[in-house]
Design a protein around this ligand. Structure first.
Ligand code: LLP
Length: 417
């Protein structure tokens, strides 16, 4: 059994979950702080770990990162404010703003706090250069190839909107406005194969030497894999580090300056820490199919419907006697939304499929695993369903870290004008 699964087993014990459900009701997200800390430790060799908070942006999760010396990546004004609320000081490159556009309110905020900007377009460099010469900037290079667990998460090559295609054009703008180039960044996608992660390091070498300007940082981006299925492997961190460390040394010696190596993971740090707990409300036959309908939908967890993503699913019986029974069924696990696509068990291409699960009854609970990354942070109010609570499991205790949104809070945006 994998180590993270072992840590999770303890949190998943019936004696923990049943009282938790009774207290906060379903559906809910639960995160295990110990898994996050275990994942952080695996990356300790990198000079800087920068958490891509888009994967899980709850302030209390960010606080865990902050206490463990992790820096933060923000991609919107909201994410900058979250980082500040979690206690990140806008100094020592603690917060970097990464984007492909620079909206006016963000520009104002980054300049006010002197937050370095990782520019994914030449227009960003021009915009900041005009207002604030000497500003610390990074260039996010599109290395002309990318990868990802899905086309939608591939961030390199000419079908991706991300990054700067011609770093020399960016360099010309940097010179024109006397901007302070501090780092180079390459992120080729999310859920990337190791071979391509290594290719990215070679691309970094090539571009750093081509740009030929002293810098302080290189970033290997994020994209590390985690095991969603029993066949998946986590990215081999020691190989990955060795490759990028070599790249760092080559660049450092060619440019004759010390360089710090950053990594910018989201999924790797939080995915395995999180679960979504929902309750079964209906078990119905539609022709040859058995649909098991739960009270969480793709407004809560979008990944299956958006990318055909696989998430492990287990059952927690309301009545412990049913746990002893060994019968299994083939069911399609679906949500409450008024949309046929609201299904959690799908193939890679998005076709609904059956999952073997223990015999279930109405009132039993479904646990959807490995949902700590891109779960809550991608939720919406579709079908006017409120955002659901988030709970942190730490030191053998559960703590509410986001309460359930009320319907009135949703309506207020339209009624309190
Ligand atoms: N850095 C940058 C610039 C990024 O765009 C991303 C992810 C990351 C780091 C972190 O990537 P990670 O280590 O988490 O793979 N919603 C999708 C993933 C989208 C990722 C977008 N950018 C999913 O659920 O799989």
């Amino acid at each position: 059994m994998r180590y993270t699964t072992e840590i999770q087993q303890k949190m998943l014990e019936r004696k923990n979950l049943i009282p938790l459900i009774e207290k906060y009701n379903t559906p809910m997200w639960v995160y295990n702080a110990d898994i996050i800390k275990t994942q952080i430790k695996k990356l300790k060799k990198f000079d800087i770990i920068r958490f891509a908070q888009k994967s899980c942006s709850n302030i209390h999760i960010l606080k865990i990162m902050q206490r463990n010396n992790i820096k933060i990546d923000a991609v919107s004004l909201g994410e900058i404010e979250r980082a500040l609320a979690a206690g990140f000081q806008p100094k020592d490159h603690n917060i970097v703003f990464t984007s492909d556009i620079l909206e006016n309110d963000v520009l104002q905020k980054v300049i006010e706090l002197n937050i370095p900007v990782n520019a994914g377009s030449v227009d960003m460099l021009k915009k900041i250069g005009k207002i604030s010469p000497q500003y610390p900037v990074w260039i996010r290079i599109n290395p002309k190839f990318g990868d990802g667990h899905h086309l939608k998460t591939n961030t390199g090559g000419e079908n991706s909107k991300h990054g700067i295609w011609d770093p020399l054009e960016a360099l010309a703008i940097i010179k024109q406005y006397n901007l302070n180039l501090i780092g180079l960044h390459i992120h080729i996608g999310s859920g990337v194969n190791e071979k391509n992660l290594y290719q990215a390091s070679l691309a970094m070498q090539k571009y750093a030497i081509q740009i030929n300007k002293k810098i302080q940082f290189i970033s290997a981006g994020g994209g590390l894999k985690i095991p969603y299925t029993s066949l998946d492997q986590e990215t081999n961190i020691s190989n990955y580090f060795e490759t990028w460390n070599k790249t760092k040394k080559i660049i450092s010696s060619r440019l004759k300056c010390p360089i710090r190596l950053e990594i910018e993971p989201g999924r790797f740090l939080v995915a395995q820490s999180g679960i979504l707990i929902a309750e079964i409300y209906s078990i119905k036959k539609i022709g040859k199919n058995t649909f098991i309908l739960i009270n969480a939908g793709f407004n809560d967890l979008m990944r299956p419907v958006l990318y055909g993503s696989y998430h492990k699913i287990t059952v927690l019986h309301k009545n412990p006697i049913n746990e002893q029974k060994s019968s299994v069924i083939q069911g399609i696990i679906a949500g409450p939304l008024c949309e046929s696509g609201d299904v959690f068990t799908v193939t890679k291409t998005g076709i609904i499929c059956h999952r073997k699960i223990p015999q279930v009854h109405i009132g039993d609970y479904i646990i959807i695993h490995n949902t700590g990354a891109y779960g809550a942070s991608m939720s919406s109010n579709y079908n006017s369903r409120p955002l659901i609570p988030e709970i942190l499991y730490k030191n053998n205790k559960f703590k509410l870290i986001r309460r359930r949104q009320t319907i009135q809070e949703m309506l207020n945006l339209e009624t309190s004008l």
